[in-house]
Write a protein that binds this ligand. Structure first.
Ligand code: FES
Ligand SMILES: [Fe+2]
Length: 324
């Protein structure tokens, strides 16, 4: 039995035991660097990951770069209007072919030995490659990475096999769009980032936990029904939809709604603004980096978005931080 299989069986046994005894998972799962490394390799790197808004990629050759679980990724607008993603590693010795974001009118030139690539990732020229016996340029194009787009948000999946973007996230996207917290027609406004000293699972568990709401967020009792009996939660195969009902009345705040997606991101909000919250980096077993991108309907003012951001993050998430 290979190491991952042996570890997998051990973890499944631990999960079944914890569920059977209604106990928490072993403490080591939240602190052990070996467990964190397995999660990164077998969970984060094998699932569709939101990478950020692509509203800036307007014309062919516009690109951005990012890291997904430490894998460098390059996303490029194509001449047909579509978007392609690649491993941001030269086919020669692996140097990044692009950095930050920008526009390349004629493709990418690796800054190390000047191999050049088209915006579709094809190797166009390997300097002096013709002098090498058996050199096949087709084998050295940029490695494609699967990419999906929901409104202005792009997602990538680092593994070639597994469910397509539509098969994996189609149900979530349809439900979120129907509940007016989807990204299909909304526009990117702003980004928040922070670092937090906690294990990634603790952070994600908290985003789907209505048990703590009345205790940690007492101000919500004035605007929403937050008793667990009134808090709607519906579970699907790889996400959960949840919302506290609005109380109406004078404050008449529209209901806040969220889809918490497996394994490390959510889309959430209310009428005026929606945000995607995601863990962009597991620094180690006890530290994460979080990024939130805000989207709003056509014509929404920055003030609307600021108000929603203030309520959701300066208030609710700051209250959450000591607990997680
Ligand atoms: S590493 Fe890119 S050309 Fe050599
Ligand atoms: Fe909370």
């Amino acid at each position: 039995m290979s190491y991952p299989e042996a570890l997998h069986r051990h973890l499944v046994t631990e999960v079944e035991d914890a569920i059977e005894r209604t106990k928490s998972f072993p403490g080591s799962w939240y602190a052990d660097p070996e467990i964190a490394a397995v999660e990164k390799a077998h969970v984060i790197r094998r699932t569709w990951q939101p990478i950020g808004p692509i509203d800036e990629l307007k014309t062919a050759g516009d690109f951005l770069t990012c890291d997904v679980a430490e894998a460098p990724v390059l996303v490029v607008r194509q001449t047909d209007g579509g978007v392609k993603a690649f491993g941001n590693m030269c086919g020669h010795r692996g140097h990044p072919v692009a950095k930050d974001s920008g526009h390349v009118p004629r493709g990418f030139v690796c800054p190390y030995h000047a191999w050049s690539y088209g915006i579709d990732g094809t190797l166009l020229n390997a300097v002096r490659g013709e002098l090498e016996k058996n050199f096949d340029p087709w084998c050295h194009s940029l490695k494609p990475v699967r990419v999906g787009v929901w409104g202005e948000m792009a997602f990538v999946n680092l593994v070639a096999e597994g469910p397509s973007f539509e098969d994996d996230l189609g149900e979530l996207m349809s439900l979120a769009d129907a509940e007016a917290i989807g990204l299909r027609t909304w526009h990117y406004h702003k980004t928040l980032r922070w670092e937090q000293a906690c294990n990634w699972k603790v952070f994600m568990d908290n985003t789907a936990d209505s048990y703590h709401t009345a205790v940690v967020h007492p101000h919500m009792t004035g605007t929403h029904k937050i008793d667990p009996e009134d808090y709607i939660t519906r579970s699907y195969s790889n996400f959960a939809f949840h919302t506290p009902l609005s109380l109406g009345g004078e404050a008449n705040m529209p209901p806040w709604k969220a889809c918490g997606a497996w394994p490390n991101w959510t889309v959430q909000g209310m009428e005026s603004s929606v945000s995607t919250l995601r863990i962009i980096e597991m620094v180690d077993a006890g530290n994460i980096r979080v990024k939130v991108d805000f989207f709003a309907p056509e014509g929404a003012s920055d003030e609307d978005v600021e108000q929603a951001a203030h309520w959701n993050y300066n208030l609710v998430h700051d209250e959450d931080k000591p607990g997680v």
